[in-house]
Ligand binder design. Structure first.
Ligand code: ATP
Length: 249
């Protein structure tokens, strides 16, 4: 469980987050949504320590991350997997080397054990045997799956994903969403996804946090989101005609 309490974040005079409180539960895919500039990425960065909140606290299973020193934070960071927009794979490394990277950085495991772990996670994302390929030899969807494999290599308790299906065709995007949801449930991970994608919201949004101008404007599930009377949320949800048509059916 991750709990954020009254998070504020300002950059100079720009008050980006204005007192966000929320709870993200294990085994659940939580989505942070909102318009461009509403503060989604800033909140995510405050949660993992890439930004320091101006005010407020972030707790990982009742451990106060905000007041921890550098060493204590490293222990938490080992429990966190991250999947970035671009997959952020190292181009000069093979699939196997990319996935082994966090294991080399954070563990003292013998090479054989690390390789076993790499093969296990590759199998989990349906890429068994692709060890020796380079990122340039992979499709966008495969790159995302390698990114997921690397994010779960350390057996994380927490998984943060920033726009995990950006740049993918809709069908592949759904497969990536489903894979993240399955892994979340299978390993009881607290997963937080920042997204613009309404397909993701309607597909895997178990808990949805809607930000508007740096505030928590609405929270709920995908089942509740279409029947809300919140104007700003409705504007966001029905921003695409296609979505409106689908929901009317
Ligand atoms: N490092 C920074 N320094 C100064 N301002 C920043 C910084 N990071 C973000 N901001 C400002 O914070 C605001 C919110 O940005 P953020 O990236 O969190 O929005 P977002 O909701 O993730 O947007 P998008 O959907 O476009 O990615 C913006 O006004 C942005 O300019």
């Amino acid at each position: 469980m991750i709990t954020v309490e009254n998070i504020h974040k300002s950059f100079g005079d720009n008050q980006v987050l204005k007192g966000i409180s929320a709870e993200f539960k294990p085994g659940t895919t939580s989505l942070i949504i909102g318009g461009s500039g509403s503060g989604k990425t800033t909140l995510l960065k405050c949660m993992v320590g890439l930004h320091e909140p101006t005010e407020g606290t972030v707790e990982y299973n009742n451990r106060n991350f905000t007041t921890m020193n550098f060493e204590e934070r490293i222990a938490i960071r080992k429990e966190i997997g991250m999947l970035f927009q671009s997959s952020a794979l190292f181009d000069s490394m093979t699939v196997e080397e990319n996935i082994m990277f966090p294991l080399n950085m954070f563990t003292e495991q013998p090479k054989k054990e690390k390789l076993e772990r790499v093969n296990l996670v590759l199998e989990r994302v349906n890429l068994a045997g692709k060890n020796k390929l380079y990122p340039s030899e992979l499709s966008g969807g495969m790159m995302k799956r390698v990114g997921i494999a690397r994010a779960i290599a350390m057996n994380p308790k927490y998984l943060f994903c920033d726009e995990p299906n950006s740049g993918l065709d809709p069908k592949t995007a759904i497969l990536i969403d489903e894979l993240i949801k399955e892994i979340t449930e299978e390993y009881d991970i607290t997963t937080i996804i920042v997204t613009h994608d309404m397909n993701s919201v309607m597909g895997i949004g178990e808990y949805i946090l809607f930000l508007h101008q740096g505030q928590k404007w609405w929270e709920g599930s995908k089942e509740e989101i279409t029947s809300t009377h919140n104007q700003e949320l409705n504007d966001f949800v029905f921003a695409t005609k296609l979505m409106e048509t689908l929901l009317k059916k």
